[in-house]
Design a protein around this ligand. Structure first.
Ligand code: ITT
Length: 184
């Protein structure tokens, strides 16, 4: 079965293919660049983008909105993660956190799937902490500064398979897959 993934981010596509291809789903990337509204939650952003895409392309598709949320920064960069990454990068986040001991952070992802009839949302989250310095050259985005709970390595120090095992995207994809396979 073909699944159209609306995204301009090739890394998201690679991670989605790792989970979906072995199950027989062919992930086809479509870059439509839907507008991302300023909202408090990833769900609202994903739903707005999905409705925008549905109006223009009525065939089934999914998209995903994700972000990096740092507790001590009240959830920043959160829904602005892509923009903050482009402007100050993960080094900017490390600078904002200089001298701060509370390093708790999380990644969250929300997948919006349009099945040709309605839009369904699937969420994934991974808790962890912000490292004191960047480490590793795998992954993308904030991966070099995020250490998931129970690990000492950053996401960027892991293989794509390892990251996918407990990443926010991996978890959102798992609920999406459960829905595709079992309808729940
Ligand atoms: P789209 O075309 O799919 O919107 P995007 O990169 O703009 O691609 P988002 O708007 O969802 O995606 O922004 C999410 C940002 O959060 C992304 O650009 C990264 O900076 C960061 N991010 C999300 N998932 C990540 C991950 O697994 N590892 C590191 N950083 C991640």
């Amino acid at each position: 079965m073909e699944l159209h993934f609306i995204t301009g981010n090739d890394n998201k596509v690679k991670e989605a293919r790792k989970k979906l291809s072995p199950l027989g789903y062919e992930v086809i990337q479509k870059d439509m660049d839907p507008p991302e509204i300023q909202a408090d939650s990833l769900e609202e952003v994903a739903m707005f983008s999905a409705e925008w895409v549905r109006e223009r392309s009525p065939t089934p598709f999914f998209l995903e909105d994700s972000g990096f949320f740092v507790d001590v920064l009240n959830g920043f960069p959160g829904v602005y993660s892509a923009y903050v990454f482009k402007t100050i990068g993960y080094m900017g986040i490390l600078r904002l956190m200089e001298g701060i001991e509370d390093r708790d952070a999380r990644f969250m992802a929300v997948i919006a799937y349009y099945d040709g009839n309605e839009i369904h949302l699937f969420r994934g989250e991974v808790l962890g902490r912000v490292s004191y310095e960047p480490r590793g050259d795998g992954g993308f985005g904030y991966d070099p500064i995020f250490i998931p709970d129970g690990e000492s390595r950053t996401f960027a120090e892991m293989s794509p398979e390892e990251k996918n095992m407990f990443s926010h995207r991996g978890r959102a994809l798992e609920s999406f897959i459960r829905y595709l396979e079992e309808g729940v």
